[in-house]
Design a protein around this ligand. Structure first.
Ligand code: ARG
Length: 478
């Protein structure tokens, strides 16, 4: 009701004196301004953190002697009730109280009376909102971390199920050399492991408690900053009060991490789209994750993968938005900062949703071993190995490259493949070729030959799966 009132611009008349700062003002805020500056619309998720921060602050004020122990206890009880009311849905944010901070304090006043006015001693909404954000983002980081670990785990399962299948690897989207399916799957897991590393950096950036910076310069009250920080699970204090209330770098860090997650998911989406085409046909989408056409009965569309690709722009938009938001701001707090939330929250939700679809996709994608094998036999994917064979016979690589190039040309002329080109023709290209060449050109041999660390030989890929699972377990813990 109140929400609608303010949206219609009638909040000011409806709740005189609702402001946290009305003292010096003779006239009410213009209703249009009230609606314009409102942030309650997207602050729901800050409520539990705002209350947690206030509980820690109130307790500290009691211990520091700024409030009596009894006052601190009554504030804590009141805040506890506000929290329960929030959890049961009876307390809702009202735009008439401007923001989440005004709302919690107003509700506290309803419950404990004028004592509520003492809660804000030594605190400003400027350090309060910085704290709330850090607390919330810490939680969001953990949730995204969990989702990424699950996605990577599901992808590992998928890759390991089909580990030893062989498919063409590409450069320039031209068939290049055969690789194991497991190797291909692990490449995506590497990206998610890096995403998890990036989230670790975000977590570290978040790990500073700003409370005590107050509006911009700190507080004359004997605040125990370290005690509050400890209670709220921070390992460091912000070092400079001006920076503490104006810093939103941690959001940019987080936005960058989100953008990178989406970059990877977008690339994955593109790869799935390609591999599900009739032209490639390496993967097939199960019914549960494919979509149809309202007009063409035969269609089997990869909408999920396309949306992964298509949604990346939203995350990039957030990053640009936040960088732009910050670039022109003088020290310290400015109301511009309020614009850091809405787009961040909606983008975070979207990214989380995208990450959470990956396990679903992974369990409904089926490789087509025959198609992948056949593709490995067209396009002379063994050419590098024929050259390496000559290198083994002491031929300089450049000369070997040239010779195999000739053999490829001969294959094109005859309409055959490298393994079916007769030995005489190979000898024509270079006299060092012998009959043992053909064993080296078998697909399995080509793959097995790449046995260096990080390469695609089956033995290496098996080890890489084991290591990836270990690394993922470590990343899950942070
Ligand atoms: N809604 C504000 C924000 O998100 C809270 C801090 C307001 N501080 C102030 N001095 N107006 O940034």
């Amino acid at each position: 009701m109140a929400r609608r009132r303010a949206a219609e611009g009638k909040g000011a008349e409806a709740k005189p004196g609702a402001k946290l700062w009305g003292g010096a003002f003779a006239a009410a805020t213009h209703p249009a301004v009230e609606a314009f500056t409102d942030s309650t619309r997207y602050e729901d998720r800050l409520v539990p953190h705002d209350i947690a921060g206030s509980l820690a602050h109130a307790g500290m004020l009691g211990r520091a002697g700024v409030l009596s122990r009894a006052e601190a206890r009554r504030l804590a009880e009141g805040l506890g009730r506000v929290r329960r009311e929030w959890e049961t849905g009876s307390f809702r944010l009202d735009p008439a109280f401007e923001d989440v901070h005004g709302n919690v304090e107003a509700r506290l006043r309803d419950l404990v009376g004028p004592l509520a006015g003492k809660l804000h001693s030594g605190r400003s909404r400027n350090d309060q909102v910085a704290l709330d954000e850090r607390l919330l983002l810490r939680e969001l980081e953990g949730r995204l971390r969990g989702a990424l670990v699950e996605a990577a785990g599901a992808w590992l399962d998928f890759g390991e199920r089909h580990r030893d299948l062989v498919l063409p690897g590409y450069t320039h989207l031209q068939r290049a050399q055969p690789v194991l399916f497991g190797h291909w799957a692990l490449a995506w897991v590497e990206m998610w492991l890096r995403d998890l590393t990036r989230l670790g950096w975000v977590r570290d950036a978040l790990d500073e408690c700003p409370l005590g910076a107050a509006a911009l310069a700190g507080s004359p009250l004997p605040l125990d900053r370290a005690g509050v920080a400890r209670e709220l699970g921070f390992s460091r204090l912000t070092e400079n009060s001006l920076d503490a209330v104006s810093n939103r770098d941690y959001l940019v860090d987080f936005a960058y991490a989100l953008a990178m997650v989406m970059q990877h998911l977008s690339r994955l989406g593109e790869e799935v789209v390609l591999y599900c085409t009739q032209e490639f046909g390496f993967l097939r989408l199960g019914d549960a994750v494919a979509t149809g056409s309202s007009l063409m009965p035969q269609k089997r569309n990869p909408d999920v993968a396309e949306l992964l690709r298509g949604r990346s722009g939203r995350a990039y938009g957030l990053l640009v938005h936040l960088l732009t938001l910050l670039k022109g701001q003088p020290l310290a707090y400015n109301r511009d900062a309020q614009e850091d939330k809405e787009l961040f929250f909606s983008t975070y939700d979207l990214v989380l949703h995208c990450v959470r679809i990956v396990p679903v996709l992974a369990s409904h994608l089926e490789p087509d071993p025959e198609r992948m094998r056949r593709a490995c036999h067209e396009g002379f994917l063994e050419a590098t190995d024929a050259a390496d064979y000559l290198v083994g016979k002491g031929v300089p690589f450049r000369e070997a490259h040239e010779a195999v190039g000739k053999a490829v040309r001969e294959c094109v002329r005859r309409g055959c493949a490298l393994p079916t080109l007769p030995l005489e023709a190979w000898r024509e290209a270079h006299p060092a070729f012998g009959a043992d060449l053909f064993g080296r050109l078998k697909l399995e041999a080509v793959v097995a030959a790449r046995a260096g660390f990080g390469a695609t030989a089956p033995k290496r890929v098996r080890e890489a799966f084991a290591r990836a699972r270990q690394r993922l377990r470590r990343a899950a813990g942070g």
